[in-house]
Design a binder for this molecule. Sequence first.
Ligand SMILES: Cc1cc2nc3c(=O)[nH]c(=O)nc-3n(C[C@H](O)[C@H](O)[C@H](O)COP(=O)(O)O)c2cc1C
Length: 205
Amino acid sequence: MSLPIPVLPAENELCNAICESADMLALLARRRSTKVVHFTAPGPSSEELDALIRLAARVPDHGKLGPWRFVAIEGDARVRAGEALASVLAKDNADQASLDKARETFLRAPVCVMVVSTAAAHPKIPEWEQQLSVGAVCFSLLLTAHAAGYGGCWLTGWPCYDARARGGLGLGAQERIAGFIHLGAPTERPTERVRADIGARISRF
Ligand SMILES: Cc1cc2nc3c(=O)[nH]c(=O)nc-3n(C[C@H](O)[C@H](O)[C@H](O)COP(=O)(O)O)c2cc1C
């Protein structure tokens, strides 16, 4: 990462909230996820990652609940996290190929950020709105990583929907995994993919 991370404003500090930026528009126009098979080193260092997460977490958040938390899976922790998944499958007598695949889950990129949703019933803020904020934080982390020069990819998969896997990765009973955001250097430049027909999805009331 060659660019310095901007200093974040303190509470009540005047924000330069609107910032015309051709670079930002170009990033939005051309952004692509990196295929998980196309990652190599380097990924962000632990220090960089913390700074990227702080930037990315500045998302709309009704009620200022912060209904998300971030678990960095980097270095040797990638092996331990994969082992936690494999041990779940082993209890189901999974075949060797499935166990190997589970063990490699987090080895495919130098760094993975597990974005955990802590959204829960609240007297004022609907849980759905908290979930929307969690989705926003995942995308924000992708964009932040891209702006810092890293490739990123938002994946889910069976561990997100298996309570034993979630437990093995350290989640509480009410928590959910919004995504595994894999980060690193892309080995290939992606081409554009088929996009939803936006014309058919815009209307005027
Ligand atoms: C919540 C969520 C979960 C996803 N999980 C997967 C996944 O498990 N496997 C996969 O191949 N793509 C998954 N994707 C899609 C990729 O993240 C990505 O959007 C897509 O491959 C390329 O689109 P992009 O280049 O516009 O980002 C997921 C997307 C979202 C929003």
